[in-house]
Design a protein around this ligand. Structure first.
Ligand SMILES: *Cc1c(COP(=O)(O)O)cnc(C)c1O
Length: 232
């Protein structure tokens, strides 16, 4: 079985190939290793192989993991990427460097108020529902500009950009079309004066399509850590 270090090398290879095809600098694409459901020891292994940014989805699981890895805290960038309920914002505001899954005003307000003043403002992305599926979290593209401006004015937050989880499909053209929707919104917000620099899109199955459409962060879980077992 390939090791986590082998998998990381393979994912960096995929990013480099896609960047070449897109005529982009591979260094302009950050790899976020999504460690949800995997133990702290796997994060340590990935860290030893050079990985520094990790993504988590579940509040309780992630806080236990961040605390177990306290010795590495200053060197790791922790991104919260899961659905967030308003009664669980405080530990996220206190422990994470980024929240990519902000999709409503109330969550943003609470994160801003609860961000400890001794820490740098929390980096946030607005999660956008590009596929329009009713079951998906994320703000509708048409509501994104208003929410983005409200968040940009909050003292405890820095609005960095947009994130999306597209509808899964094997069709690369369909993958690219969804990523293009997010990219167009990103360009429109920038043209409107928002100083954002982050387009978080692309997972294990659609990394290449996301890089071709301008992703600056790709969020990769199973291609690094293996298949997830939710029964654990
Ligand atoms: C789980 C998850 C990922 C990683 O998905 P893989 O298909 O395992 O790469 C990326 N983004 C979000 C928001 C996730 O919840």
């Amino acid at each position: 079985m390939p090791s986590i270090a082998d998998n990381l090398a393979a994912v960096h290879g995929r990013i480099a190939q896609a960047a070449l095809a897109a005529q982009r600098d591979p260094a302009s694409i950050e790899l976020l290793a999504v460690s949800k459901t995997f133990p702290a020891d796997d994060v340590r292994t990935a860290f030893a192989a050079g990985q520094r940014a990790f993504g988590e989805n579940y509040v309780q699981e992630s806080i236990v993991k961040i605390e177990a890895l306290a010795d590495l805290r200053a060197q790791i960038e922790w991104h919260f990427i899961g659905p967030l309920q308003s009664n669980k914002t405080r530990p996220v505001a206190e422990h994470f460097d980024w929240v990519q899954s902000v999709d409503r005003l109330k969550i943003a307000q609470r994160l801003s108020e609860q961000r400890p003043p001794n820490l740098a403002p929390l980096n946030v992305c607005l999660q956008v529902n590009v596929s329009g599926e009713a079951s998906k979290s994320g703000v509708a593209p048409s509501d994104a500009p208003t929410l983005a401006k409200e968040i940009a004015a909050m003292p405890g937050l820095v609005l960095r950009g947009l994130m999306s989880i597209p509808e899964p499909t094997d069709d690369v053209d369909a993958q690219r079309a969804q990523h293009r929707t997010l990219r167009a919104l990103f360009d429109a917000l920038r043209a409107d004066g928002l100083a954002i620099d982050t387009l978080s899109m692309g997972m294990s199955a659609d990394l290449e399509a996301a890089v071709l459409e301008g992703a600056t962060i790709v969020r990769i879980g199973s291609a690094i850590f293996g298949a997830r077992d939710y029964s654990r």
